[in-house]
Write a protein that binds this ligand. Structure first.
Ligand SMILES: N[C@@H](CCC(=O)N[C@@H](CS)C(=O)NCC(=O)O)C(=O)O
Length: 213
């Protein structure tokens, strides 16, 4: 049984949970982050970032490292294509989600949710608004141009690329930054369809309940 440390509001943690679910891996999620830190989490994540993972005595941090491990121990169903170009495109989209989308999302989510709710300090709402108005549309323009008619980013089937791109967008939607179906109809439909998968939908329902409490 694999243990994932973290909380699914984090796009990186959600990525590993969805990946493990889609792989059919047996896993549990142990809350970590903020003030909560079980001793093993500290060992697994040298810089205290979520997610981290434990499988037996093997400890590991970082969502990209964790999904690479999960993929190696459970190759099927395949979520990281093996054909060279498709594999490289998948990693590009993972990187796009983890760095470019998450950087924009961080400004929005930190200032609208994390700072006021978890740190007890007002967020910089102007910075969040600016990220949504200036940066976010550029990301959406890019996606609008690359989403294939199949509705999957790589190999016309569900892969890590879809998990990694949709996950930060799910976190941003909690912070009132949703894809505008008027300006970006393909992207809005794409994200909605990926997030409807049971592996995402269950988590998102729990997150909404947590944020509403
Ligand atoms: N590259 C890392 C990023 C992990 C990350 O930045 N996690 C954030 C939460 S979304 C975190 O733990 N922040 C707390 C901190 O930096 O101390 C991954 O993919 O796992």
């Amino acid at each position: 049984m694999i243990t994932i440390y973290g909380a699914s509001l984090s796009p990186f943690v959600r990525k590993t949970i969805v990946f493990a679910t889609e792989k059919g891996l047996e896993f549990e999620v142990v809350p970590a982050g903020g003030g909560m830190a079980p001793p093993e989490f500290r060992q697994a994540s040298p810089f205290g970032k979520i997610p981290a993972m434990k499988d037996g005595d093997f400890l590991l941090a970082d969502s990209t490292a964790i999904v690479a491990y999960m993929d190696a121990v459970r190759p099927e169903p395949n979520l990281i294509p093996t054909e060279p170009k498709a594999r490289a495109r998948t990693i590009w989209f993972e990187e796009f989600g983890d760095t470019i989308v998450a950087a924009c999302g961080g400004k929005i989510v930190f200032n609208r949710i994390v700072s006021p709710r978890f740190l007890g300090k007002p967020g910089d709402l102007a910075a969040a608004d600016e990220a949504q108005q200036v940066e976010f549309p550029k990301l959406m323009d890019y996606l609008e141009g690359v989403i294939p008619p199949s509705g999957f980013l790589v190999e016309d089937r569900f892969t890590l690329a879809d998990i990694a791109v949709a996950s930060p967008l799910a976190t941003m939607a909690h912070a009132d930054c949703a894809v505008d179906a008027g300006t970006h109809p393909k992207t809005a439909a794409y994200v909605a369809k990926i997030l409807e998968r049971p592996s995402f939908a269950g988590l998102i329902a729990q997150e909404k309940a947590f944020l509403a409490a």
